[in-house]
Ligand binder design. Structure first.
Ligand code: NAP
Length: 317
């Protein structure tokens, strides 16, 4: 939909890494941006969500809230990942329908696709095989969110649709030593190795697993773009369409950080799906492409890591 002055857009998860990038991207729009901290509206609480929709009457919703984490957190807390993400999606999507929201965009993740699906991953691979075990609970919850949007669209004719981002990175990422995703974990580890004049740094796994990374400012731009489409696909991939090995990523981060030691691997540690990269032709054909090159994005991200570290506000939980 084209966003107008009278629109009231609810950005769920506005303080998160993706949500804050979406807030930055939408600042120039003349609509009203609605936000609520978790302390005001816990999205797992159906009554609180209903009350918020009743009082605030959003006309559009961008759903960037989720319980998110890396392999360790997913393996340790699968019940929390499944239950909380299903509850948030069902509460918000149903409230959006019942309070006549005209447009809702749900952020999923490309971990919804089968572990061994054809690479790069096409949207049509959904539900064609078993999921990656290490994040099965989270992926199932995200599939529920996507399918809720699709089902409300089929049954009620509302324009609720989804974007399936690849791995994201950017300002405000989580640098927790165990619960973070691979890219922020590597930034922290390699920065600390440099700081302590260490001669080596050891990364999890063989380093051979291949991943794709998208800067959150690019994601926010894709959100703005797809939200503006008159007849968006039910779900569409968003990424760069380019992957690299985790060892190559570690070397690129070492270059950005200025770490000159050796990078060692630890094959005993889990490393998840061997390859994961989005096939991007659908979004490209619709007219959107990413703009931020990985090395430039890493330089910007490392600068914000250093600023947050200095200010004592580095996110680590
Ligand atoms: N990060 C990635 O690499 C990645 C990749 C693909 C897809 N995605 C998707 O992108 C979306 C955003 O991810 P992100 O990386 O931006 O995560 P994030 O930084 O952890 O942000 C998640 C946001 O959700 C909010 N939230 C979580 N539980 C809530 C609850 N019960 N009630 C209210 N708010 C709640 C958090 O609030 P608090 O500020 O209070 O914690 C936070 O603002 C998710 O749908 C995720 O699946 C992320």
């Amino acid at each position: 939909m084209s966003i107008t002055e009278s629109d009231r857009l609810f950005i769920a998860g506005h303080r998160g890494m993706a949500g804050s990038a979406i807030m930055r991207r939408l600042k120039s729009e003349r609509c009203t941006l609605l936000v609520a901290d978790r302390s005001e509206v816990d999205l797992c609480d159906r009554t609180a969500v209903e009350k918020f929709f009743q009082e605030q009457r959003p006309t559009g919703v961008i759903f960037a809230a989720a319980k998110v984490g890396g392999i360790h957190a997913n393996l340790t807390y699968p019940a929390d990942f499944l239950l909380q993400n299903v509850m948030m999606a069902s509460n918000v999507i149903d409230a959006a329908f019942r309070f006549s929201v005209r447009r809702l965009l749900y952020l999923g993740s490309n971990c919804i696709y089968p572990r061994d699906c054809e690479q790069p991953i096409r949207e049509s691979s959904l539900l064609t095989g078993p999921l990656e075990k290490t994040n099965e609970a989270y992926a199932l919850a995200k599939i529920v969110g996507l399918k809720l949007c699709e089902s409300y669209r089929i049954q009620h004719g509302v324009c609720f649709h989804s974007l399936m981002p690849t791995n994201l990175y950017g300002p405000g990422d989580n640098y927790h030593r165990e619960n973070s995703h691979v890219l922020p974990a590597l930034i922290r580890k390699i920065h600390e190795a440099k700081d302590s004049d260490s001669e080596t740094v050891t990364i999890w796994g063989t380093g051979a697993a291949r991943r794709e990374f998208l800067h959150t400012d690019d994601l926010a731009d894709a959100v703005h773009f797809t939200f503006g489409l008159d007849d968006p696909p039910d779900w569409v991939n968003v990424g760069t369409g380019m992957d690299l090995s985790i060892l190559s990523l570690a070397k690129l981060i070492a270059k950005v950080v200025g770490f000159e030691g050796e990078i060692l691997t630890d094959p005993g540690r889990p490393e998840g799906t061997p390859v994961k990269c989005n096939e991007m032709s659908r979004l490209h054909e619709l007219g959107w492409r990413h703009q931020i090159d990985l090395e430039d994005g890493l330089r910007m991200t490392y600068q914000s890591f250093l600023s947050d570290l200095e200010a004592g506000s580095l996110r680590s939980f």
